[in-house]
Design a binder for this molecule. Structure first.
Ligand code: ZN
Length: 298
């Protein structure tokens, strides 16, 4: 029975692909401008600003590591047909390549929008850290760029894009204020993380990030690095090693056990959180930090 249904399903799939391919560049569907955002935080910003007036899709499937994204030829074609692509250059080689070979109508590069590359030699960007979205203030200029670009593509809804961007900016600024207020008591607290995704957060709120492994989540720490982390823990009264959603907690947990300290989770927001959104996950990260860091008052 199911076998007999298969050819029909295959035909439908082919028809679907043809339908996609027949939709030419710049052509608007009923749902307004089409936006492809390369991974979660940019999807979040695009959806909040676009609201019901734009069609936002993610290039990175939920639950997968955006660093190692690969795009099929069909996805590269679709990217070229989008009204707007929002991405962060240097984070996903497949997206950088696709934009170069199939340029979409409009592109927002978060690195340019948030001026990450002109922040100086001491910035996390200069260290090769791409995780700028963990400083919520750096999503503010991205939200503004998305609103401007959507307004240029779809002038009828200019006021709505601007209003939604303003609302989002207010929420990002509120989040920033709570981080500053809560982490004030923890100047230079040592934040030990499984992979170095929190450089921007540490920089903004005066923490000292030390990664067990490097910026690449796939790299296992060397025995020498494990010894150094042990010294850091002892010298700085560190109580918690942080590991991340999406990465295997094993190395961190084993090390924490050896050192007699606890572990806690931080979400680097590289993928949609299982509950809530960027703002609620960042609030949960703040709670995890205030509970686990060694601060003045604790
Ligand atoms: Zn990462």
């Amino acid at each position: 029975m199911t076998d007999r249904l298969r050819p029909a399903a295959a035909l439908l799939a082919v028809a679907g692909l043809l339908g996609l391919a027949a939709c030419s560049a710049g052509e608007q569907l009923d749902g307004g401008p089409t936006v492809l955002a390369s991974f979660y935080p940019l999807v979040f910003v695009s959806e909040r600003v676009g609201g019901p007036d734009a069609q936002v899709q993610s290039l990175t499937p939920a639950g997968s590591d955006p660093h190692s994204l690969e795009l099929s030829p069909a996805q590269v074609v679709r990217l070229g047909e989008a009204d707007l692509v929002v991405y962060s250059s240097g984070l996903q080689a497949a997206v950088d390549d696709a934009i170069a070979t199939q340029p979409p109508a409009e592109v927002i590069d978060a690195v340019e929008a948030a001026r990450l590359d002109s922040a100086g030699d001491a910035s996390p960007f200069a260290d090769g850290d791409p995780h700028f979205w963990l400083d919520p203030t750096l999503l503010v200029p991205v939200a503004a760029s998305v609103a401007d670009q959507l307004a240029a593509t779809d002038p009828e809804n200019t006021a709505d894009y601007a209003e939604r961007a303003e609302e989002l900016v207010a929420e990002l600024e509120e989040l920033d204020r709570s981080y500053s207020a809560e982490l004030q008591a923890c100047p230079d607290a040592v934040l030990i993380t499984s992979h170095e995704a929190f450089g921007y957060l540490a920089e903004r709120y005066g923490l000292r990030q030390e990664g067990i492994a490097g910026i690449d989540p796939e790299v296992e720490p060397s025995p020498a690095r494990v010894r150094e982390v042990g010294e850091l823990v002892r010298d700085n009264d560190v109580r918690t090693l942080y590991f991340e959603t999406l990465t295997s907690p094993q190395v961190t947990q084993q090390l924490a056990e050896e050192l007699g300290v606890g572990t806690a989770v931080l979400d680097p927001l590289e993928s949609p959180p299982t509950q809530g959104d960027y703002l609620t996950a960042m609030a949960a990260n703040l709670e995890s930090l205030t509970e686990g860091l060694t601060c003045d008052a604790s």
